[in-house]
Design a protein around this ligand. Structure first.
Ligand code: ATP
Ligand code: FE
Length: 335
């Protein structure tokens, strides 16, 4: 069975071709970052226009890399939410048009569930139960997964998402956009113990997160200490350390509390080198297994969407939509 995945929930225009559940024949991600960089963040209006422009090219590219035609597709899986309304509209309209023209069934995919399927794609032996941490540009959530498709929210951020904190601090410090990969890289040369920062709820035995106060503390430290250019790396390394610490601590706490032996991580922040290393080290000490997608599948891509769509289509064909009923939902939750 051949699945065409389409993902346009934010500012990446993505298309992938999957054979059955995990064989990735192609995965194309056209980043719009150069168009948004000058604004220091995603401009929703610009993102939707760019999706409109890029979707035909990205789809064609994914098909030609997979050496396959649209007429061979058995299923189209498209992100229906959560995300930016304009961006979701572009992807779902495009997917619906293709489904109609080529008479192919269409399935709507939850973007957050897609982030979990990034780990599924690459780990054949991954089976629930597990604790999932989704840490991305818009979400920081801990979820208990007893079986694929059934999710129980344990806790989430009360304000900013972890990725959002990376992006906002990088923007404030004039380091560029998106902030996560830049801070990840520059932090390698910084001293993470120079400043002591703490994210909200770090010392509480619960599954809640808060990153807004942390962001303010980093900005205050920068302003009040008259930090010179040479100190920036220490500042951001210390910030990153506090994010890595709280994400690791809460995720392991959740796994132990639920007595689950596995941890799955998804979302752009899962690409962070320090987080990947710390989680693996700490989990090993506790006898837990960590399943991480490779870095390119942590951030938005359509292979994870195709895998998720295929999974649901095969198990529950009721779930697929007609081109008339599939509508984007910017606030779609995973639980
Ligand atoms: P959501 O998935 O919540 O809808 P999104 O799709 O915009 O949001 P993702 O593409 O999953 O988010 O992830 C992008 C976020 O991940 C950005 O905030 C980015 O700064 C962050 N990020 C990417 N790479 C890294 C990294 N190496 N270290 C830390 N953060 C990173
Ligand atoms: Fe995402």
């Amino acid at each position: 069975m051949y699945v065409l995945g389409i993902e346009t929930s934010c500012d990446d225009t993505c298309c992938a071709v999957l054979k059955d559940d995990r064989q990735i024949l192609s995965s194309v991600v056209s980043s719009q970052v150069d168009f948004h960089r000058k604004y220091g963040g995603v401009v929703p209006e610009v993102a939707s226009r760019k999706h409109l422009e890029l979707l035909p090219w990205v789809t064609q590219e994914a098909l030609s890399r997979a050496k396959i035609g649209l007429e061979t597709m058995d299923l189209i899986a498209v992100t229906m939410g959560p995300g930016l309304m304009g961006s979701l509209l572009m992807g779902t309209c495009w997917a619906k048009s293709l489904a109609l023209c080529f008479n192919v069934p269409i399935v709507g995919v939850n973007h957050l569930e897609g982030h979990l399927f990034a780990a599924y794609l690459e780990h054949q032996n991954l089976a629930p139960p597990f604790v999932a941490l989704i840490a991305s540009g818009g979400h920081t959530e801990l979820i208990a997964v007893k079986e694929w498709g059934t999710y129980h929210l344990l806790g989430r951020t009360r304000d900013d998402a972890a990725g959002e904190a990376f992006d906002k601090i990088a923007k404030f410090l004039g380091l560029g956009y998106p902030g996560g990969p830049i801070i990840d890289l520059l932090s390698q040369e910084g001293n993470p113990s120079r400043f002591v920062f703490k994210a909200g709820f770090e010392d509480e035995d619960n599954f809640e997160f808060s990153f807004s106060g942390l962001k303010t503390a980093v900005i205050r430290a920068y302003q009040s200490l008259e930090i010179g250019p040479g100190d920036i790396k220490d500042l951001i390394a210390s910030f990153q350390e506090s994010v890595v610490r709280v994400l690791t601590k809460k995720t392991i706490f959740a796994a132990k509390k639920l007595n689950f032996k596995k941890i799955v991580v998804g979302g752009g922040v899962a690409a962070n080198r320090a987080l990947r290393k710390r989680l693996q080290e700490e989990a090993q000490k506790e006898g837990l297994e960590v399943y991480l997608p490779s870095k390119s599948f942590c951030t938005d891509n359509a292979a994870m969407v195709a895998a998720c769509g295929y999974f649901h289509f095969v198990r529950n064909p009721q779930r697929y939509f007609s081109v008339k009923t599939l509508e984007p939902d910017p606030k779609l939750g995973i639980t």
